[in-house]
Design a protein around this ligand. Structure first.
Ligand SMILES: NC(=O)c1ccc[n+]([C@@H]2O[C@H](COP(=O)([O-])OP(=O)(O)OC[C@H]3O[C@@H](n4cnc5c(N)ncnc54)[C@H](O)[C@@H]3O)[C@@H](O)[C@H]2O)c1
Ligand SMILES: N[C@H](CO)Cc1c[nH]c[nH+]1
Ligand SMILES: [Zn+2]
Length: 432
């Protein structure tokens, strides 16, 4: 963990070095991912079976075993304890309701000359959702990926999830049943992304791949972009807690570690302008680390990618938060609405001392698949808009075409594009 003070001379350089993980630039990872993509593209299922044996320590008997039957998902849901089933269903309901607000209608307008112009909104036909599963199982990510697609009206949802050592997490299968996923494949990493992008004998090629994952998944998504759509780069988790000292240090320690426990390269940053509070949080994190099941992962993450920063004031803290552009930003302050206007870059903002990030991970309603690695500067949470496409509609009327065609003819001539000009000119005559 780094301790920084914005008054230190070398602060800017040390702070800049904190923005660690990016989905590009690691040469070794890129080379390995390129090799995996090519192998799956060329050899399909055979390559999937090999990589699944190598990276997930799972020897499948044949390609048919790559797919988990939907009946297994329904059975897993039925076998969950009633409390668990109710929690999954309640979370799903809240996520569905939140995302319904994101639906946008098709529209048409008529211009002053009687021409019709519009935008038609249609769902994507087939999407691939990547559910991470290397270091932890994520039933919540099944819901967060699949439900916005369902709300958008996507016809077919193909889910991939690694099952390391062959252990299929029943909650993940149950969540697939709750969300209405159409097909489930037990494959992970870059090979899953390749299968979804190019298709194999078993896995159908999709139109778009969404979902979070580790550096191999994120790099693979970046590399297949263009062949298929992708949502964003959602890599290792991040949290930035900005605090005025009004929340108990222990609460904030758990919040910081809630993301550190995801991955050794997850990032947790704490910023305050109260020096005594900073010390209290530092001690609280050390104590909390002794009580964690996933202490080895969280400790490594906190040691390498954790930071405690003493800022001059709230305004400076907000400026720093904007520079990091974290996946999750907690405004753990008495008056979060007073700071909100200062925040311009964050995947999700959690307002006030009662709003821990974990609520957003599971049940609040907004999506937990969020931009990481500073990409919140230019991208947004996963949402219904990721599962739709917009098509423009233009219908010139016999009376209205003349005005448009004469403008188009003038501009086409300016560009020296004669066929364009003649095409427009022909309509002027027909419209008169
Ligand atoms: N942003 C979000 O919304 C969100 C949500 C949940 C999880 N996460 C993040 O997703 C990540 C999940 O990572 P994970 O590792 O647990 O699961 P994962 O499913 O992303 O990755 C596991 C796969 O990585 C591949 N892999 C592992 N080591 C490899 C190697 N040396 N070479 C090639 N491939 C290799 C394997 O194929 C394996 O199946 C974490 O960083 C977590 O923080 C993010
Ligand atoms: N915090 C993760 C997104 O970065 C999502 C998650 C799922 N389960 C727990 N947390
Ligand atoms: Zn989390």
């Amino acid at each position: 963990m780094k301790r920084l003070d914005t008054r230190q001379e070398d602060f800017a350089a040390t702070f800049a070095a904190l923005h660690g993980w990016e989905a590009s630039g690691d040469q070794q990872v890129e080379e390995r991912v390129r090799e995996i993509l090519q192998a799956v593209r060329k050899r399909g299922n055979a390559a999937l079976l090999e990589y699944t044996a190598r990276f997930d320590r799972l020897e499948l008997a044949d390609a048919a075993a790559l797919e988990i039957p939907l009946g297994d998902c329904a059975a897993a849901l039925a076998a969950l304890p009633a409390k668990g089933r109710a929690a999954l269903q309640a979370a799903a309901e809240r996520i569905r309701e939140y995302h319904q607000q994101q639906l946008v209608p098709s529209w048409e307008i008529t211009d002053a000359f009687g021409n019709q112009l519009g935008q038609r909104v249609l769902p994507l036909q087939r999407v691939g959702i990547y559910v991470p599963g290397g270091k932890a199982a994520y039933p919540s990510s099944v819901l967060m990926n699949a439900l916005p697609a369902k709300v958008a009206g996507v016809q077919e949802i193909i889910m991939t999830v690694p099952t390391p050592g062959g252990e299929v997490n029943p909650w993940v299968l149950a969540a697939a049943a709750v969300a209405g996923v159409d097909r489930v494949f037990r494959v992970g990493g870059a090979q899953a992304v390749a299968a979804l992008a190019y298709g194999t004998e078993s896995v159908p090629a999709v139109d778009k791949i969404v979902g979070p994952g580790n550096i191999y998944v994120a790099t693979a998504k970046r590399m297949v972009f263009g062949k298929v759509g992708i949502d964003m780069i959602a890599g290792p988790s991040e949290i930035l807690v900005l605090s005025d000292g009004s929340a108990p240090a222990e609460w904030l320690a758990w919040d910081l570690l809630s993301q550190a426990e995801h991955d050794e390269i997850a990032q947790s940053i704490f910023i305050t302008w109260d020096a005594a509070h900073l010390e209290a949080v530092a001690s609280a994190v050390d104590k909390a680390l002794t009580e964690l099941d996933r202490a080895p992962i969280a400790r490594t993450s906190w040691q390498n990618r954790g930071a405690l920063i003493l800022a001059r004031d709230a305004l400076e803290a907000c400026t720093l938060a904007n520079q990091v552009a974290p996946e999750h930003l907690e405004l753990a302050v008495e008056e979060p609405r007073a700071l909100l206007p200062q925040i311009t870059n964050a995947g999700a903002i959690f307002l006030g001392i009662h709003t821990c990030e974990a609520l957003g991970d599971y049940v609040a309603g907004p999506n937990h698949v969020l931009p990481t690695g500073g990409s919140a500067r230019f991208s947004s949470p996963l949402g219904v808009y990721d599962f739709i496409k917009r098509t423009s509609l233009i219908e010139a009327s016999p009376a209205g075409v003349t005005e448009l065609a004469s403008l188009a003819k003038t501009l086409a001539e300016a560009e020296g594009l004669t066929a364009h000009a003649r095409s427009a000119a022909a309509r002027i005559q027909s419209g008169q």
